[in-house]
Design a protein around this ligand. Structure first.
Ligand SMILES: *Cc1c(COP(=O)(O)O)cnc(C)c1O
Length: 383
């Protein structure tokens, strides 16, 4: 049996959790939280980081920080996870969904400007599969129209645009440490604040709207309710687990990139003639080995491939149901067709991808894909 995902353990998680337990400090913002934040700030040059309990929470913090309110419009890709849009919908914003590009599921930058109105407050971009969006174009558009940019970098740890780390471009950026991501602590996330003006308020919003962090640093005598906020900080137990993973970031990433190349090498030159596309990385984007996906010719071909792999107890999976046509949103969407987004929803298939996947297993998966595709042709030719 080859599952779609298997969380990787470095071996140090349990001892770090034990040491957090022994320290008597279990709530948030203790030594492990600080170590995680420092490590990430140093490794990637993030101006300021805040661990959160999820990327969803980090996105909700972003919506609060940007003062999103009813009457505002926020541009969000439709081909993404619910939280990218939901965080802004929670504040009462009207969500304006953007289509993906033809080459990869990232937002089609050439169509963004048409979506901007006098009510637009922010553009949220998603680096799908850890592949960078065209940040120069997005930032210059945002600059021209005076918009905030939020990077949903949930899948994009250790990935780059023109050599610069993703998560350093937006005024704000969010990461996920959910068990399906490259670096994980089960459920976890991080808000990156690149614009200094948001740092102080981010700290308050994350601590239930109080200035408790300033109090703990000895900057004020007593703390109280100074703004709206919620409880967004993870416990030290989660941070201890996460720190073990972060210490192994290089090894984890090296292995994941290697796996990605193994898939690519074994499928390239074989699947294209059946109308199956391999992932296409723009010149400006690095590859962080988050995911390996195929874009099938059509939904029927994808179903056939999935069924054939499942027969051999291999579990690939499709991905997002477009948010613009979701049960919650479809009656709120304007009538624009988001053609590329619909294509990825129907045709994209993700293959098993996790650190402990072996080269032999990758070969087994690739051979099955090739033989299933070839079988179809054989049948057609026989008929
Ligand atoms: C995983 C993911 C999220 C949600 O992350 P959580 O940490 O589970 O809240 C949000 N956006 C994208 C693009 C994701 O891939």
């Amino acid at each position: 049996m080859i599952p779609f995902n298997k969380p990787y353990l470095t071996g140090k998680e349990a001892s770090y959790i034990a040491s957090a337990m022994a320290s008597g400090k279990l709530c948030g913002d203790g030594p492990f939280t600080k170590k995680c934040q420092q490590l990430l700030e140093r490794a990637y040059g993030f101006r300021k980081t805040f661990l959160t309990t999820s990327c969803t929470d980090a996105l909700e913090m972003a919506a609060l920080l940007l003062n999103i309110q009813p009457g505002d419009e926020v541009i969000v890709p439709s081909y993404t996870f619910v939280s990218t849009a939901n965080a802004f919908a929670l504040r009462g914003a009207a969500i304006v969904f953007a289509d993906s590009g033809a080459d990869n599921p990232n937002v089609d930058v050439s169509k963004l400007e048409d979506l901007i109105t006098s009510r637009t407050k922010a553009i949220v971009v998603v680096h799908y599969a850890g592949v960078a969006c065209d940040m120069d174009a997005i930032l210059s558009l945002a600059d021209k129209h005076g918009l905030w940019v939020v990077e949903d970098a949930a899948q994009a740890i250790d990935s780059y645009y023109k050599g610069r780390p993703l998560g350093t471009f937006g005024h704000l950026a969010t990461f996920s440490f959910h068990e399906t991501k490259n670096i994980s602590c089960g459920e976890g996330g991080m808000l990156v604040v690149n614009d200094e003006r948001f740092i102080e308020r981010a700290e308050i919003i994350r601590e239930k709207g109080t200035n408790r962090s300033q109090f703990f640093r000895g900057e004020i005598d007593k703390y109280g309710w100074v703004d709206i906020g919620s409880s967004f900080l993870p416990s030290e137990l989660n941070a201890a687990f996460l720190y073990a993973q972060l210490e192994s970031l290089e090894q984890i990433q090296a292995r994941r990139r290697q796996l990605w190349m193994q898939y690519h090498q074994q499928l390239e030159g074989y699947v294209e003639e059946f109308g199956v596309q391999l992932p296409q990385l723009p010149m400006y984007a690095s590859n962080n080995g988050h995911m390996f996906y195929l874009v099938c010719r059509n939904e029927r071909q994808r179903s056939k491939l999935i069924a054939s792999l499942k027969e051999h107890e291999i579990y690939p999976t499709f991905h997002y149901v477009p948010l613009h046509s979701s049960a919650y949103f479809s009656d709120k969407h304007d009538d624009r067709e988001l053609h590329n987004c619909d294509t990825y929803a129907e045709c994209l298939m993700r293959l098993p991808f996790f650190v402990e996947l072996t080269k032999t297993q990758v070969t087994q998966i690739c051979n099955l894909i090739k033989s299933t595709l070839a079988e179809r042709v054989a049948l057609v030719e026989a008929a």
